[in-house]
Every structure is written in C-alpha cells, then in structure tokens.
Design a protein around this ligand. Structure first.
Ligand code: BGC
Length: 414
C-alpha cells in the first residue's frame, strides 16, 4: 500500500520536473483584435517569448467575445481545446463544471496571488477552492467618453445626470453633430443598457435586477424608466449604427463626427493607440449615477496533453499576474491592474478615477459585476436579458412590453 502511494508520488514529481524543462508552448484564444487591444496582447506575446515561450495566436475578432466563445465551444467539442483562453466571470465555473479546465493552484500559490489580488477578483478565479483562471485587469464598463473640442464648441459640459445627457444630446443634434456614437450589436446595446440601469435603478436595484434576478425589480417602474431612456437614446444614434464595431464608434468620437460614446475603458485603449490625450483630446467620466461596474479579463487554461503545453500554461499564468506585465499591459489596454500592489504613477487621470472609484464603491457596497460583459450571470440568463434589450432597441416595442418580456425571458432561461 505504502509502496504504491510512494510510486504515485514519485511519478508525479517526475512529470512535474520534466514539465519544468519542456519548452513552453501556448495556443492562445482571445478576441483582442482592435488597435488598442492588439497593442496590449502584443505585450503578453513579447513577455512570453522573452521567457522562452512559443506563442500560437488564435484571435477571433468580435467585440465582447461572442464569436470567440463560439469558436471555443467548437474546439472543445472536437476534443482539441486551445492551451489558454480569454475567459471570464461565471463562464469560468461553467467550463470547470464540464471538467475541461486545468488547475493552476500550484502557480497561484508559488506566486502568492492571494496576497496581491482583492477578494472580489480572486473569487471569480476559483473553482471549488482551486485557482482556475488568472486575472489580467479591471475594466470599468460605466464610462462616457467625449470629444473635448466638440463639447467646447457647443458649450456643453460632461453630463452628470441622464437629463443633462438628454439636453446635451438634443443641443448637439440641432447643431448637426451625432450625439451618441454607437454600434448596433447586441453586446453594445447591453453595455449602454446596463450603464443606464445602474444610473436609474441605483446600485442596490442593479444588484437585485442583474445579480439576484429579482422579479419585482425586473418589472418595476424604475425598469420601465430604464427602457424609456434607451428609447430616447435610440433617437441620438446615427442612421448607420446597425452592426458597427465598437472601435469604429470610438473613431467617430475621435474625429469629431460624434460627441459621446458609452463604452468600457477598452475605448480608452483606442484613443491612446491613436495618440490622443485624455483631458485634452477626449474626456472621460463615469456615466450618471453611483456605482462601478467591473469587468475583469482573465485567462483559463484548458486540460491539454504534453509537457510543453503544460509548461506554457504555467509560464503564461505566472506572467499574466506578474507586476511588470500588469503595468505595461494595462497602460495600453485602458484598464487598471488587477493586482493591488502595482503603482499607478504612469497611469492617466481616467485610470486614477477608475482606481479611486473602485476603492470607494467597494467600501460603500456599490462595486458591481457587469452583466453585459459576463461577470454577473451565467450565459443563459445574461443572453435572455440581452435578447430583450436588443429587440427593444431595434423596434418600436413599448417599455411596458419590454419589462414584461424581460421577466418572462429570465424566468424561462433556467
Ligand atoms: C473585454 C475587453 C475587450 C472588449 C471589446 C470586453 O468584453 O473584457 O477586454 O476589449 O470586450 O472587445
């Protein structure tokens, strides 16, 4: 009995040591293909190569990652999972439950992740107590971006309430400027919707609606008001919004064709990649209302064979959470580091605002997971909500009907 146990232990030690000497390989599935995103992922590719790794890129274009997730499912179903995958929120645990994720606790423990990651982030990275994903950053979703010159030329300040936003938009429209740059894709509709919902429902109402899926909140008058505001905003987008990619909407703000965009701070990555300066060329502010919607990008490692791939997974996980990568990557990506011990000296005013607001919201209970970016709910539930949001935005559906459909879609999504 003892001999068998020992033999098992020593063969594990052998595997571990041969993996340590194998040349790290990784095929990495991600959806970072826009200008700012590509610059950011290049930082990881370079660090991986500098540390002896060979990176095989598997980019799947499509903001928000819907296309990437379909590609992932196809690969896993065909028994050929990629080594590492950009994956986040409850989808991590969903994949874990399918028995296809690798356990990366050995790296996490050796690197002391528990000491440098906030508990709210660490919780998303664990599966039944083991580490099963590595966090890259904290993106904030509830941002409004603006072209500084356009606002100045029209005598408009950054709106601090939705009424102010509507007044500014009407004024801009009368002056021939597109008030809101938007891309009509379901995930972008959902992004705007959740920012409006946070502002109108408040942090507690948002939690009840999009974390607890509380029926009374989903059908409340406040939710009717959220859809009313969406209908108003539909009037502020241009005629060609349908299907437009998010980064093209950001470009419309950059070149002054449009005044505002409501989008997570990956949009800042686009402004920065184009050499634009925050506070001068473009302005950032949180969308009207209290709270902070977080969206943490992370990578999960899939169960694969081969010491070289396992070594690649260990190296990637280690680099991703390492302090130098967290700084350089996030300077490019528009987000802030997930680690709490990375100095923000090199970061701009928008990043500082994000870090300060994240701290304050975590203290006062208004730090909330983004539903639109897969942090709050499992896929079936978030998908059910987004279907209604998009159907409403793209038709003349009344707010009352939208609310009724919302509650019904959620109820039948389990
Ligand atoms: C991701 C970001 C990405 C954005 C647009 C979000 O869901 O978290 O990293 O830049 O989608 O593609």
């Amino acid at each position: 009995m003892k001999r068998t146990a020992f033999a098992a232990v020593s063969s594990i030690a052998l595997i571990a040591s041969s993996a340590a000497f194998a040349e790290p390989q990784a095929e990495v599935l991600h959806w970072w293909t826009s200008g700012g995103e590509a610059k950011s992922v290049a930082v990881l590719q370079k660090e991986f190569a500098d540390n002896g790794g060979t990176w095989t890129d598997m980019p799947v274009a499509g903001g928000g990652g819907d296309a990437a997730m379909s590609a992932l499912r196809a690969r896993v179903l065909s028994g050929n999972a990629p080594t590492a995958v950009q994956l986040k929120g409850p989808a991590i645990q969903e994949w874990y439950e399918e028995g296809v994720l690798a356990n990366i606790s050995a790296v996490a423990e050796a690197e002391g992740w528990a000491d440098v990651l906030p508990a709210s982030i660490a919780g998303h990275m664990k599966c039944e107590g083991e580490w099963c994903a590595a966090p890259v950053n904290v993106h904030r979703v509830d941002w409004i971006w603006a072209n500084a010159d356009v606002l100045e030329a029209n005598g408009i300040a950054m709106p601090t309430t939705w009424d102010e936003f509507n007044a500014a938009a009407a004024k801009l429209q009368a002056a021939g400027v597109i008030p809101l740059a938007h891309g009509g894709q379901a995930w972008q509709d959902a992004t705007v919707f959740e920012a409006v919902a946070l502002g109108i429902l408040g942090a507690e109402g948002f939690h009840k609606a999009f974390v607890e899926l509380d029926e009374a909140t989903l059908t409340s008058d406040a939710m009717v008001a959220v859809f009313d505001q969406m209908r108003t905003m539909r009037g502020y987008v241009d005629a060609n919004f349908s299907g437009r990619d998010w980064n093209l909407a950001t470009a419309m703000v950059m070149n002054g064709e449009a005044a505002f965009q409501i989008m997570g701070d990956w949009a800042k990555g686009e402004f920065m990649a184009a050499g634009k300066v925050p506070g001068e060329d473009f302005l950032c502010a949180s969308t009207p209302g209290e709270g902070f919607l977080y969206n943490v990008d992370s990578f999960a490692m899939f169960d694969v064979d081969g010491d070289d791939k396992k070594a690649g997974q260990d190296l990637l996980a280690k680099l991703i959470v390492g302090p130098s990568f967290q700084e350089v990557f996030n300077l490019n990506k528009g987000s802030i580091p997930a680690r709490t011990d990375v100095a923000l000296d090199k970061f701009d005013t928008c990043a500082h605002l994000s870090a300060d607001d994240m701290k304050a919201s975590s203290e006062n209970g208004s730090l909330l997971p983004s539903y639109a970016h897969g942090m709050a709910l499992r896929g079936a539930q978030s998908g059910a909500i987004t279907d209604v949001v998009t159907a409403h935005f793209n038709s003349d559906m009344s707010s009352a009907d939208a609310v009724a459909q919302l509650a019904q879609a959620v109820a039948s999504s389990y």
